[in-house]
Design a protein. Structure first.
Length: 137
């Protein structure tokens, strides 16, 4: 018999898991294109999710400050085990020169080719997560 487990994660566990991955999805309502969900590679600094993009990208809209969701997960399809973390927050563009220099040296490195010099942050306002384990218990 498969009982399995599906449970909420506490916020601190969510923060720990958020730091374990490199790729997540950012979602927002774009004035130009409607509801968008796009993958980004990211890092976590303090309580901020940070990614970089091109100033010509639709992601550059997030520099203006938007309500966004950010999701990251780790799922093993073969075992049915995994977790998902969802961040709700507001996007922004960092302006502190020292912080920007630190991000250039040790921030997210974009996978896409071309100039990606616009850093975008998502301040974690709310964080939640779920874990699933379908193993027989």
């Amino acid at each position: 018999m498969h009982e399995g487990m599906f449970a909420a994660l506490d916020p601190e566990d969510c923060r720990v898991l958020l730091r374990t991955q490199e790729v997540g999805r950012v979602a927002w309502i774009s004035p130009a294109a409607g509801l968008l969900v796009l993958p980004v590679n990211y890092v976590v600094r303090d309580d901020l999710v940070v990614f970089r993009t091109s100033r010509a990208s639709v992601l550059a809209e997030l520099a203006e400050g938007r309500e966004v969701s950010f999701q990251v997960d780790d799922i093993d399809v073969s075992t049915g085990n995994g977790w998902s973390v969802l961040v709700q927050g507001v996007s922004a563009t960092p302006t502190d020169p020292a912080w920007l220099e630190a991000l250039r040296a040790d921030g997210p490195m974009p996978w896409a080719k071309g100039e990606r010099d616009l850093f975008v942050t998502v301040a974690v306002r709310e964080i939640s997560g779920r874990v699933v384990d379908r193993e027989e218990k």
